[in-house]
Structures are given as C-alpha cells and as structure tokens.
Design a protein around this ligand. Sequence first.
Ligand code: UT7
Length: 330
Amino acid sequence: MAIPSTVILGTGSYTPKRVLTNDELSKQVETSDEWIRTRSGIRERRIAGPGESTSDMAVFAAQAALADAGLTAADIDLLVVATVTPDLPLPATACIIQHKLGVPSHAACFDLNAACSGFIYGLDTACAMLSSGRYRKALVIGAEKLSSIVDWKERTTCVLFGDGAGAVVVGCSEEPNVGLLGTKLGAYGDSVELLWIPKGGSNSPATAESIAAGDHFMKMKGKEVFKLAVRAMDEAARDILEQHSIHPDQIGLVIPHQANLRIIEAISKYLNLPMDRFFVNVDRYGNTSAASVPLALDEARKAGRIKKGDYTLLVAFGAGLTYGSALIRW
Ligand code: UT7
C-alpha cells in the first residue's frame, strides 16, 4: 500500500498584546533602537502578560489552526509541542494544552526540545507518525515564553527575543506529491555552550549562588552562533532541494527562522534567491524560538503569500545546536 501524503490542513498563531519597543529597552539597558535595528532587524517584540503561560499562548494558536482546518480538538489524536519554555519542568506542556483544549485522552501528547528548530523537528515527527497509519490528525505547536528565561539586565541577549505561538493541523491525503515532501534534520552537539542555560537542570540543580549569578538565564555567544546559523541553514536548504531535484527558483516562499534579518539576507544571497521570496516578521516579534517558523507560516498564508501547488521551504537553526529544513508542496 502506498504511504499517504501528510498535509497541513490549517494554521494558526497567537502573540501577546504587550508590545515592547527598542526605545523602551534602551531605558533598561545600555542599547539603542539604532543598534538593535541595524544588527538584528528587530523593531519590537511581544511579551506575555502576567500569568500568561506558554500553554495559554499555544491554546490560542491551536484553536485558530483547528478553526482554519474546519476541525475540533475532538479530532486530534496526536499533540506535539515544541518548546524550550515549558510551563513546568514536569509534566509535558503538551498534557496541559491537551486539557485546556479538550483533546481526547486517547491522543498521544508530548513535548519536544530542539530549540528554534523544534517546530520542523515536530512537524517531521508528527508526519512520520501519521504516515505509520496509527494516527489520523495531529496538532503540531511551537510556543515560547522566552521572556521568562531572558536576563533582562544582559543587553547582548535581552533585545533579541520575544513570546508567541504558532500551530498547524496535519492529516493524511491520497493526493500524491503534496504536503511534507521531505526534511533534513541535524545537530552539532559539540557546540552546546554557544547557546544554553548553564544551570538549573539535573546536572546542576539551581542553588542560591547559581540564581544570584543569573546562570538560570539564557546565554549566547552571538557572533559564533550567527556564523554557524548561516552555514547550517544554507546547507540544510540546499540539501533538501537537491534531494528533491528542486531549483531554488522553484520555491514560492522560504519561511526562515526569524532570529536576525542579516542571517536571512545572507541565506538569500547564498541561495541566489531574492529577499521577496523570504517571509520576514522578525521586525515585529524578534526571535520566538520554536514559535518563529509556525508563526511566520501562518502569517504568510493569511497574507496570501502561499497558493495551491506552491513549494514552500522551511529552514531553522537553534540551540543544541540543531538545524532543520522542510520542503512542502501545497
Ligand atoms: O535562535 C537561535 C539562533 N540565534 C541567532 O541566530 C543569533 C545569532 N547572532 C546574532 O544575531 C548577532 O550575533 C547579534 C545580534 C547577537 C549581535 O550582533 P553582532 O554584529 O554579532 O555584534 P557583536 O556581538 O559582535 O557585538 C558588537 C558590539 C560589542 O561591543 P564591542 O565589543 O565591539 O565594543 C557588543 O558589546 O556591540 C555591543 N553590543 C551592544 N551594543 C548595544 C552587544 N549587544 C548590544 C546591544 N546594544 N544590545
């Protein structure tokens, strides 16, 4: 029996109402709107409200994706949540979202941590599980409350990140050569310390000293990460296109991870594909890690930038250091 195609049936996203501008940040740390804009392309980011959790944002995004797909939570039997900012260390945020959304108890629910590449990892995982024939409809969510792990006194990181969520509903189709055509996933585990939270895990549980030192906040060696991000995203993009004998020019739209406009511009140059084929919203949301790709995908679809028959390329890079690309035909 032929393996069915796995297709995106609906998309949704959510961002918190609170807008934090560069000018506001420049009153908190030694920075400026000019520095942030020219180095990263970010103008503003969204910050979750008091009491607003990763799961709350995920639920709004998932409800929008279900409505877009014409389905309800009762139809879902697989729930994959990509996040580095779970509501709690235990249990999985997927189970909290399951309860809030009303996804039935026969559904498999789990979290996945591949940082900013997490949504592409999650999409690949869900599609493989659907292809097995043992699941029918999946929700794949990328959701982050990065404001909870950012050191708001550290200018090298606090200006870059924001909160939000994006979601897709995935199902099977008999139509050949549509949906997720393939992925390329990988990781450089030798570079863990370039982007990490050094303390607070099982290896070194939080102590009064580690908290006082701010070691439970995200740390990043930006320049090194930048170089690796460009190289890995370019290679992951080329790899998946070559696997499917697709020329970059055949791609209708690239949805890159939104970490830095200069990274996106570099990939545009290396792939020799103009910037108008890249969806960009980093200016409005900053880097929302696992939420970045599904949030951009939803905005691109709703803006009419993706049509039936188009090829879309997703590509991301993040802590781990992980990378991933995915080729979709609509
Ligand atoms: O999502 C996972 C993937 N993450 C990424 O891809 C992020 C990758 N990295 C980047 O996007 C960029 O490296 C940054 C935006 C983080 C930094 O840009 P950069 O051009 O690499 O700047 P830099 O780190 O080399 O810093 C240049 C200067 C430094 O001062 P000196 O040493 O030249 O005197 C920094 O101390 O800018 C200073 N600086 C700042 N100045 C004003 C660093 N942060 C700030 C700031 N405001 N917020």
